[in-house]
Design a protein around this ligand. Structure first.
Ligand SMILES: [Zn+2]
Length: 201
């Protein structure tokens, strides 16, 4: 009896050892499923926090753009200064980029900061270039002097870009950045972006 029960115990121990020896491979098999689930929840969380930038990361975000220190921004001619500095507005349907459909990046004419991507440009027929998203961190919003609109400004140099409107249902993002062409410069895809200018202070 004693011998038999010892044998049983040894067999049981062996079975346990075999079972645990089999555990690591099956554990590894489960790992991808677990991490996929974790990835899903991370993505869901990211969508909640910041839908557009996290879903469509862009290589031309301000963080990826090289910068240079300088004593002044790009010189502006009087027409450019009227809009960028004195918050004027280009006449509708006169700007050079209103109907531009080339792929590329729109940068600030005054400081070169990358502001918008062509992928976010859409046809609004309002007479000015329209975007439903900006590059992350590129655009600052402020109450307009008229007391009702929201002004948009370059987050680096405070150059006046135009106004932003929400709730018009043009696109899924339900946002229209109405931007003066003259506040921007277009850099076609494949061409290097100039450095964004940071002022020495
Ligand atoms: Zn700027």
């Amino acid at each position: 009896m004693r011998t038999e029960s010892t044998q049983v115990a040894v067999l049981a121990a062996l079975a346990l050892a075999l079972a645990s020896a089999c555990t690591p491979p099956s554990g590894r098999d489960q790992a991808p499923a677990l991490s996929l689930a974790a990835q899903d929840s991370r993505e869901a969380a990211a969508h909640d926090d910041a839908p557009a930038p996290s879903a469509f990361p862009t290589p031309t975000s301000p963080a990826a753009q090289a910068t240079q220190m300088a004593d002044s921004y790009n010189p502006l001619n009087p027409t450019e200064a009227r809009v960028l500095v004195h918050k004027g507005t280009e006449r509708a349907f006169t700007g050079e980029y209103t109907d531009n459909k080339q792929p590329g990046t729109y940068i600030c004419r005054q400081c070169n900061l990358a502001l918008y991507r062509s992928a976010d440009k859409f046809e609004s027929n309002c007479g000015w270039p329209s975007f439903d998203d900006e590059l992350p961190g590129a655009v600052r919003r402020a109450p307009d002097a008229d007391g009702r609109r929201v002004e948009i400004l370059c987050s680096n140099c405070d150059g006046h870009l135009g106004h932003v409107f929400v709730g018009e249902r043009f696109t899924e993002k339900n946002t229209r950045h109405c931007v003066n062409s003259i506040s921007m410069r277009f850099v076609p895809e494949g061409e290097p972006l100039p450095n964004a200018i940071l002022l020495r202070r």
